[in-house]
Design a protein around this ligand. Structure first.
Ligand SMILES: Cc1cc2nc3c(=O)[nH]c(=O)nc-3n(C[C@H](O)[C@H](O)[C@H](O)COP(=O)(O)OP(=O)(O)OC[C@H]3O[C@@H](n4cnc5c(N)ncnc54)[C@H](O)[C@@H]3O)c2cc1C
Length: 482
């Protein structure tokens, strides 16, 4: 599909008969489908789960029980794809947290000053956000869903993908037949197949099965495990005007976690530890684990707050990227996006934003009037959309004790860069004027990493004083005069 004529606006005139299939109806898949609907007659989203009517967690997205922040880059990308989306998100109650003003944060071994915000994050639940995206995207009549259907392979050969092999309960069409499981198996023909099936994607094996080359994979795994639970703050015991509380890990203090507000007024508590330090998922163990954080306030609060859910655990958090961007004997008409392409240790809060930025990259690559959008070129645009998030997440995790994987080894150039970034970290917590805002823009993916090396910033980082950070958790924002 990616090799045919477009109209001036980059949108394919309807009536071209083209059919795109997206595997996975989560954030990356829905947003890719939305973009492809401008270029194909029909887009089909194949989803293993039954698609819920409302904002409910579902089995195919087990991470939705855990803290999900939407960075400013993700907000901008969503607004560009679905105009007015973040206003809709706010109107539906998703809390908006100003950084650093509204968060009591411990980062790089120090408390961050709570000065006026230079960026905002959304902290509502993952299920709520996905529901709002799904409602907007599936309102398009060009997009249909095939739910409770699992992609189990690709049709075609090493030169071109021609469809997806589906296993589903019931259903009609294609070349149908009952498999050993009693489920119906059929081929869904497609001119373009996009893999958005998440970090557990089986596409490398499917490609090998049609005689194509699977991508090389890069991994860095700290064994970070999460445990999360929703609470009600029965007596406002945290006792401050802050909206959120977060402890970021570093190589010397590897426990992480915090409290984030949700759209219904409750609070999601997340706790995390590296391999060998996994937070327990039983009631008493979960509460006791919070005492390992660098300050007792969260542990003390948990003793008084009212739990509203069980504790949910999650362990698959390795950084993993699949190098589909590299040349290889791979078929035309196959792309990967979202976590299926590149997935990160979630502690840095990037995956949903990268999924949205990838959809923008897909839109721009398909619409670029100067270039023929070949499969490899479009795939490289998708890869580029995840590059900075990978550099941040992989760069930080390489330094974590016990990290394993084939991409753990640092290159010679990483050492001076690491030294410089340590200096940035020490300055950003106490510098609301220059290093703080620039560092936050880089971390929220709205400024390139190179912004940290701009002359003005480099002067402050290399020669400027280190402002003293707060000695205790800043329970009052500086902007309120506290
Ligand atoms: C613990 C945790 C916390 C996180 N916190 C954050 C955060 O704070 N901020 C942030 O931006 N990101 C966060 N993320 C990452 C975020 O969840 C993902 O990056 C985001 O959901 C985009 O993922 P995706 O759409 O690519 O894949 P997923 O959301 O994993 O969805 C994959 C979809 O594909 C379907 N599927 C899978 N296989 C098949 C198949 N064979 N056939 C049909 N359908 C299939 C699944 O059912 C699912 O719907 C976190 C992740 C974890 C694990």
């Amino acid at each position: 599909m990616v090799n045919h004529a477009r109209d001036k606006g980059g949108r394919r005139p309807h009536g071209n008969g083209r059919h795109a299939v997206v595997i996975g109806g989560s954030l990356a898949g829905l947003l890719a489908a939305h973009v492809l609907a401008g270029h194909a007659d029909r887009v089909t989203v194949v989803e293993r789960d039954r698609i819920p009517d409302g904002p409910e967690p579902r089995p195919g997205v087990p991470q939705s029980r855990h803290a999900h922040v939407l960075l400013e880059s993700g907000q901008l990308a969503l607004d560009s794809l679905l105009p007015g989306f973040t206003a809709e998100l706010r109107a539906a109650g998703a809390p908006r947290v100003g950084m650093p003003e509204d968060m009591v944060a411990w980062s790089g071994g120090a408390w961050v000053r709570r000065t006026a915000p230079t960026t905002h994050i959304h902290t509502g639940s993952r299920a709520h956000l996905e529901h709002l995206v799904r409602r907007r995207v599936l309102a398009d009549p060009a997009i249909r869903t095939v739910e409770s259907a699992e992609a189990v392979g690709l049709a075609g050969d090493a030169s071109r993908v021609r469809g997806v092999l589906l296993r589903e309960r019931g259903g009609t069409g294609g070349t149908a037949g009952a498999g050993a499981s009693g489920r119906r198996q059929r081929t869904l023909p497609a001119d373009l197949v996009v893999d958005a099936s998440g970090r557990g994607s089986r596409a490398p094996q499917w490609l090998a099965a049609i005689g194509a080359e699977p991508p090389a994979e890069e991994t860095i795994d700290t064994g970070q495990a999460y445990a999360s639970r929703v609470y009600r703050d029965t007596g406002a015991h945290l006792g401050t005007e802050a909206l959120a509380y977060w402890f970021y890990p570093n190589p010397a203090q590897t426990y992480a976690g915090g409290v984030l507000p949700l759209e219904d007024g409750s609070h999601l508590v997340a706790l995390a530890g590296l391999r060998g330090q996994e937070p327990p998922t039983d009631d008493a163990g979960f509460t006791a684990f919070a005492a390992r954080l660098p300050h007792p306030f969260l542990h003390e609060w948990l003793l008084t707050a009212e739990p509203r859910t069980p504790v949910y655990g999650f362990r698959a958090t390795a950084n993993l990227r699949r190098r589909y961007d590299r040349p290889g004997r791979r078929p035309a008409g196959f792309l990967a996006t979202g976590d299926a392409l590149c997935t990160f240790n979630p502690i840095y809060g990037q995956g949903m934003s990268v999924a949205a930025m990838s959809a923008v990259a897909l839109r721009d690559a398909l619409a670029d009037p100067r270039r023929r959008p070949t499969t490899l070129r479009v795939q490289r645009a998708l890869f580029d959309a995840s590059r900075q998030a990978w550099d941040i997440s992989a760069g930080a995790d390489r330094a974590m004790p016990g990290a394993v994987g084939n991409a753990v080894a640092s290159r010679a150039v990483d050492r001076p860069v690491g030294w410089y970034l340590n200096r940035v970290q020490r300055r950003y917590v106490g510098d609301p004027a220059l290093v703080g805002p620039v560092f936050r823009s880089v971390l929220t993916l709205t400024a390139p990493l190179s912004a940290l090396f701009a002359p003005r910033v480099a002067r402050a980082v290399l020669f400027g004083p280190v402002a003293r950070p707060p000695a205790a958790p800043p329970m009052r924002a500086e902007t309120t005069g506290g």
